[in-house]
Design a protein around this ligand. Structure first.
Ligand SMILES: Cc1cc2nc3c(=O)[nH]c(=O)nc-3n(C[C@H](O)[C@H](O)[C@H](O)COP(=O)(O)O)c2cc1C
Length: 321
C-alpha cells in the first residue's frame, strides 16, 4: 500500500514536471556535470567492434554504417546485436562503438544490465551513439549514460553521436497521435547517413590524436523526468497483452525480440512482471498476432504503421551493395 502511494506520488510529480517542461521548453537551461576520464591505451586501432541493440532496425542501420566506414578506413571490424556478442572476445578490440535506441529517456534497462556483466576493457576507446524518435526526449543524456556505463568498465570515452528517426513508440500512433510521428516520416534519410559516416570518421580522428571526450550530462527540467517510473507508468496503461493463437504462425520473432524472456509462446501469454514495455514484440510480429491495448486502444506495430502510411525507408547506399 505504502509502495503504491509513493508510486502515485512520483507519477504526479513527474507529470507536473513533464507538463511544465513541454509548456516551457526554454526553462531547460542546462548545467554541466563533468566526470573523470580514463586514458586511451590503443591509439592506432586495428580491430574494432560495433555493438548495437535494435528493436526495429534504426540503431542497427547506423551501426552498420559505422562498421562500413571503419572498414573503409582499413580496420578489421566486427558488428552484431549485443545478444550475439561473445563477451570474452572484447579484449581483442582496440576500438568499440555501442548504440542503443532511447527508451523512456534513458538507456534501455536490458542493455544497461548486459553492460554491467562485461569484462574490463581498460583503455579501449569507446564511442556511444543513440537513435531517437522525432524531436527526441533525453537523447543527449542517454548517450552520456551509455558512455558512462562503458567507462565504468575501463573504456576511454571517444565520443557520442545522436541520430534522429521516426519514432517507433507504437502507443503514440495507436492512440490516435500518428501525426506526431508522421512529421518525421522522412527520417532516417541521406542526411542522417552522412551524419553517421562523419561520426565514424570523427571517432577515428579523436582516437588517433589520443584524445578523450569529456562526458557532460545536461541537467534541466527535462532531466527531472528521470524520477518518473516511466516503464511502470506505461505498463499501467497496457492491458490485454497476449498472443492471438489463431493467427500466430509460431515464427518465434517475438521470443527473439523480447529482451527479458517474458513471452510464453505455447501458452500465448506474456509475463506482466518481467515485461519492460519495450514494445519489441508488437513492433515486429509479422502477422499482428501479438496483441496489446494502450489506454484501451489496440496497438499495432511499426511494420504495419509503415505499410498503412506507404512509407519505405531508403537504405544507405553502402549497405545495399
Ligand atoms: C518503448 C519505447 C520508448 C521510447 N522512448 C523514447 C524516448 O524517451 N525518447 C525518444 O527520443 N525516443 C524514444 N523512443 C523512440 C526510439 O528511441 C527510436 O524510434 C529509435 O530510433 C528506435 O530504434 P530501433 O529501431 O533500433 O529499435 C522510444 C521507442 C520505444 C519503442
Amino acid at each position: 500500500m505504502e509502495n503504491r502511494r509513493i508510486f502515485i506520488k512520483r507519477c504526479l510529480v513527474g507529470c507536473a514536471v513533464g507538463c511544465l517542461t513541454m509548456a516551457a521548453p526554454g526553462l531547460s537551461a542546462s548545467v554541466n556535470a563533468k566526470l573523470p576520464q580514463n586514458p586511451i591505451s590503443k591509439r592506432n586501432p586495428q580491430r574494432a567492434l560495433v555493438i548495437w541493440y535494435s528493436q526495429t532496425g534504426h540503431t542497427r542501420r547506423i551501426g552498420r554504417i559505422i562498421r562500413h566506414a571503419w572498414e573503409k578506413a582499413g580496420l578489421a571490424v566486427d558488428g552484431a546485436d549485443y545478444r550475439e556478442i561473445d563477451k570474452s572476445t572484447l579484449s581483442n578490440y582496440d576500438l568499440i562503438a555501442i548504440g542503443t535506441p532511447v527508451h523512456y529517456m534513458d538507456v534501455p534497462v536490458n542493455l544497461r544490465d548486459w553492460i554491467k556483466t562485461l569484462p574490463r576493457i581498460e583503455g579501449t576507446s569507446v564511442a556511444a551513439y543513440v537513435t531517437f524518435g522525432g524531436k527526441g526526449n533525453g537523447q543527449h543524456n542517454t548517450a552520456c549514460g551509455l558512455l558512462e556505463l562503458m567507462t565504468e568498465k575501463g573504456g576511454a570515452a571517444a565520443g557520442t553521436g545522436l541520430f534522429g528517426n521516426m519514432s517507433t513508440f507504437a502507443p503514440t500512433w495507436s492512440a490516435g497521435n500518428a501525426a506526431r510521428i508522421l512529421a518525421f516520416k522522412d527520417r532516417p534519410n541521406e542526411k542522417t547517413y552522412q551524419q553517421a559516416r562523419a561520426f565514424a570518421d570523427s571517432i577515428l580522428a579523436t582516437v588517433a590524436a589520443g584524445r578523450t571526450q569529456q562526458i557532460e550530462r545536461e541537467f534541466g527540467l527535462e532531466s527531472l523526468m528521470g524520477i518518473v517510473p516511466q516503464i511502470g507508468l506505461t505498463k499501467l496503461m497496457i492491458t490485454n497483452h497476449h498472443i492471438d493463437k489463431s493467427i500466430c504462425i509460431k515464427c518465434g520473432t517475438c521470443l527473439k525480440k523480447c529482451p527479458v524472456g517474458a513471452i510464453d509462446l505455447p501458452a500465448g501469454s506474456v509475463d506482466y512482471q518481467l515485461c519492460i514495455a519495450c514494445i519489441g514484440c508488437v513492433n515486429n510480429c509479422p502477422t499482428q498476432a501479438m496483441k496489446m491495448n494502450f489506454i484501451g486502444k489496440p496497438v499495432y506495430g511499426f511494420k504495419e504503421f509503415l505499410k498503412r502510411n506507404s512509407i519505405e525507408i531508403a537504405e544507405p547506399a553502402e549497405l545495399n551493395l
